[in-house]
Design a binder for this molecule. Structure first.
Ligand SMILES: [Zn+2]
Length: 261
């Protein structure tokens, strides 16, 4: 028989599921447990906001970024700046070269689509989709989290102002959360309940920016563009730039990122 599932009401403090009659011990353990979370940080606007929200919820944050064979380095430089700015216990850049497979405009010579309107963005999964990327990334993050004794993963996926990627949808996150509870030692032994946190999943880009600003994100440190100039300035025409620019415009604000004129 299971004891109290503290995770249902102690957001951020949730890890322990104690067996009756150890509930008194659970309270003691709860008070002493460091609340660790692994946050996926790409260097973009969404992941920076997600990191800030994890911090605001009181987690000790361990950040992971992926050097996955993307065509430019600017987002990894931004990830390091964001982590330094918001403060994390550790930032790991994990090398996992998906360009070995190619198949995406972000990891191969395929051109990044430009100036697509909303209807075009919604019509199909674009060539900037990196095959199974979030499944791969979350799997690596899951392994690190279990090693750390954490059971909370944060990922800044968004299913509103996004490019139709299948691995940004709530169905995917729910399925991965189930997987985490089945695939890990801690999940099987019921010492932890895994939770995949997606605080941005139902927000518009404008709402994400607003939440991020309130949580102390410096968006000037973030990098969003799929196809930046050699000096790092954003193109202003790829899907990622267009969605970002629309987000700031919806708030009546200008984007602090630098764009090619
Ligand atoms: Zn761009």
């Amino acid at each position: 028989m299971m004891g109290i599932d503290w995770s249902r009401w102690m957001n951020g403090y949730s890890c322990l599921v104690m067996v009756v009659p150890a509930e008194v011990a659970a309270v003691k353990n709860f008070a002493m447990t460091m609340r660790k979370a692994v946050v996926l940080v790409s260097g973009g606007l969404d992941s920076a906001t997600t990191l800030a929200l994890a911090k605001a919820e009181g987690y000790e944050v361990f950040a992971i970024s992926f050097d996955y064979g993307q065509k430019h380095r600017f987002e990894l430089e931004s990830a390091a700046k964001v982590c330094e700015s918001l403060g994390v216990s550790k930032h790991v850049v994990f090398t996992l070269d998906l360009s070995a497979f190619g198949g995406s405009a972000l990891t191969s010579a395929i051109e990044v689509p430009k100036d697509r309107n909303e209807a075009q963005m919604n019509a199909e999964i674009p060539i900037t989709y990196v095959p199974a990327r979030n499944t791969v990334f979350l799997s690596v993050a899951l392994g690190w989290a279990e090693t750390l004794g954490a059971c909370d993963l944060f990922i800044g996926v968004n299913a509103v102002d996004y490019s139709g990627y299948p691995d940004c949808r709530p169905e995917f996150i729910e399925a991965f959360e189930k997987l985490a509870n089945i695939a890990t030692k801690s999940g099987v032994e019921k010492t932890q309940i895994w939770k995949i946190h997606t605080p941005l999943i139902s927000l518009t880009k404008g709402e994400i920016i607003k939440v991020g600003l309130n949580a102390g994100v410096d968006f000037g440190l973030t990098h969003t563009c799929y196809d930046p100039a050699e000096d790092g300035r954003s193109c202003g025409h790829c899907d990622a730039c267009l969605l970002r620019l629309k987000g700031f415009a919806d708030l009546g604000m200008s984007d602090p990122a630098k764009y090619v004129q």
